[in-house]
Design a protein around this ligand. Structure first.
Ligand code: SF4
Ligand code: SF4
Ligand code: FES
Length: 490
């Protein structure tokens, strides 16, 4: 456990800790470009240089191991001059793109220049080395070689995280540039992380480019519902529209995000987003749709069934369970889904594509119910006239529904989700618009937070269940998600 001093403060750190990490533990920020806590150390940018007593020259903090008795200074004139020189060197060949660069506002060059540089360039503009400008490299990224500072974070990400090694540094000296290796495409399922870790505007997201200036974006911490991993994310939004999802790095689950998860926000503002109801293929206002669905429920009497959904929150599942048990007084309900869970690619993507298989177990424990197989059997036996379900969960028993010609009342967010055999479709607020509790494959309980508001009149699913019950004359009153959760252990 070496003990060292950084800027006059003493700290004891674990063996193997670097000076940069030790400084970080003390709250001393050392500027860096090539260093990334989850990638190997490259030590190529020289931005993190510090003065170490008795060392003949400045040392890179990211690649120097903390040693007993070391005395480090990060704020001397020598260090400040070195930082200015590194910035001047990096900016010699950097294009004057800031006004049209999508990285502006979160660019490592802009920020450090204002903090540590502020030195006019001594090189005439016409001497700059020109490199290739924007070009698409893979489905999600655009690469602008002229903006690259050759920190190699992108290369190391592809070598060490996805292990797909698509990128390399080509040529030598000031002719060096990042490029795809021959025969490779940047489509490894995690490629958008490269836009996050590139400290400048060299790699940018094709989806996000030029949609918003980053200083207009508000940030809402929430979770990804793209699979059972349940990564922590931040939704970046402005004027009721989401523009991107980025990771909220955490020790338990994720540093990165997969490309599929990053795109899950699109459903919320897709052209087929439901703001009205459907009866068969005809769109109608929400209230008449609810009335029609309720009339079919009343007509079915004892022949009703309700299915929970691993794509819904615990609150919304609980509301469906109470609809079945307390309002419709049926025992034809299922809250049991046994999808295999676990990371399937060694990085993040889960074998289970549903985000709340573990959470639904709590509803099952509180309310019971039958298995999916038993419910399918009852449907096939003609005992069920109407099934109430969330659209994707309805897909799990579609064979039985088709064979028996059972009427289906579904809750859906987008038109594309509606199964062919749906009789009535009722819209509900997505989890980018309403809070909900989910339990991921590790058993961690997490909540979504609303980043945007739902289309007018569209309520969370538990509230839609409440309305449906009211229209059908069933005795159920849910004024809040807590009402739905009654009887469920916390
Ligand atoms: S493209 Fe970005 S991440 Fe890759 S080497 Fe250049 S600056 Fe670094
Ligand atoms: S791994 Fe799963 S939870 Fe994480 S970002 Fe991808 S889809 Fe979302
Ligand atoms: S951060 Fe240390 S050399 Fe780049």
């Amino acid at each position: 456990m070496p003990k060292l001093t950084i800027d006059g403060k003493t700290i004891e750190v674990a063996k193997g800790t670097t000076v940069l990490e030790a400084a970080q533990q003390l709250g001393v920020y050392v500027p860096r470009y090539c260093y990334h806590p989850k990638l190997s150390i490259s030590g190529n940018c020289r931005m993190c240089m510090v003065e170490v007593e008795k060392a003949p020259k400045l040392l890179t903090a990211c690649s120097t191991e903390a040693a007993e008795g070391m005395v480090v200074r990060t704020d001397t004139e020598k260090v400040k001059t070195a930082r200015r020189d590194v910035l001047e060197y990096l900016l010699i060949n950097h294009p004057l793109d800031c006004p049209v660069c999508d990285q502006a506002g979160e660019c490592g060059l802009q920020d450090y220049y204002m903090e540590h540089g502020l030195k006019p360039s001594r090189f005439p503009q016409e001497d700059k080395v020109r490199r290739q400008k924007r070009r698409a490299v893979g489905p999600h990224l655009v690469l602008d070689n002229e903006r690259c500072i050759l920190c190699t974070r992108c290369v190391r990400f592809c070598e060490e995280v996805t292990k797909t090694s698509e990128l390399g540094v080509m040529e030598r000296s000031d002719k060096s540039f990042i490029d795809l290796k021959e025969g490779k495409a940047l489509d490894n399922g995690y490629s958008l992380n490269i836009a996050d870790i590139c400290p400048v505007g060299a790699f940018t997201s094709r989806d996000f480019r030029f949609k918003q200036r980053v200083w207009f974006l508000k940030k809402t911490p929430t979770i990804c519902l793209g699979c059972a991993t349940g990564c922590l994310i931040e939704a970046h939004h402005n004027e009721n529209a989401i523009y991107r999802l980025v990771p909220r790095p955490n020790a338990e689950t994720n540093t990165w995000l997969c490309d599929h998860g990053r795109m899950t926000y699109k459903a919320v503002q897709a052209g087929d987003r439901l703001s009205k109801g459907f009866i068969k293929n005809g769109m109608i206002e929400l209230e008449p749709a609810l009335r029609e669905a309720a009339a079919r429920i009343d007509e079915a009497h004892a022949g009703l069934a309700v299915i929970g959904s691993p794509w819904l929150s615990i609150e919304d599942n609980a509301a469906l369970a109470r609809l079945a048990k307390d309002a419709l007084k049926t025992d034809n309900f299922c809250f049991e889904f046994n999808f295999e869970q676990g990371i399937k690619d060694g990085i993040l993507i889960n074998k289970d594509a549903a985000p709340n298989t573990a959470g639904v177990k709590l509803v099952k424990a509180a309310h019971g119910g039958v298995s999916l197989e038993e419910l399918s059997r009852r449907i096939m036996a003609g005992q069920i006239k109407v099934v109430i379900a969330e659209a994707r969960a309805a897909g799990l028993i579609s064979t039985a529904l088709k064979a028996a010609g059972t009427r289906l009342i579904v809750f859906a967010v987008n038109r594309s989700e509606i199964p062919d055999l749906a009789y009535a479709t009722l819209p509900y607020a997505s989890y980018f618009e309403t809070p909900g509790t989910f339990i991921n494959y590790q058993g961690l309980r997490r909540r979504t937070e609303p980043a945007v508001t739902a289309p007018e009149g569209i309520k969370p699913l538990w509230a839609m269940v409440n309305k449906l019950a009211a229209y059908s004359g069933a005795s159920l009153r849910l004024d809040s998600p807590d009402d739905a959760l009654k009887g469920i252990g916390r």
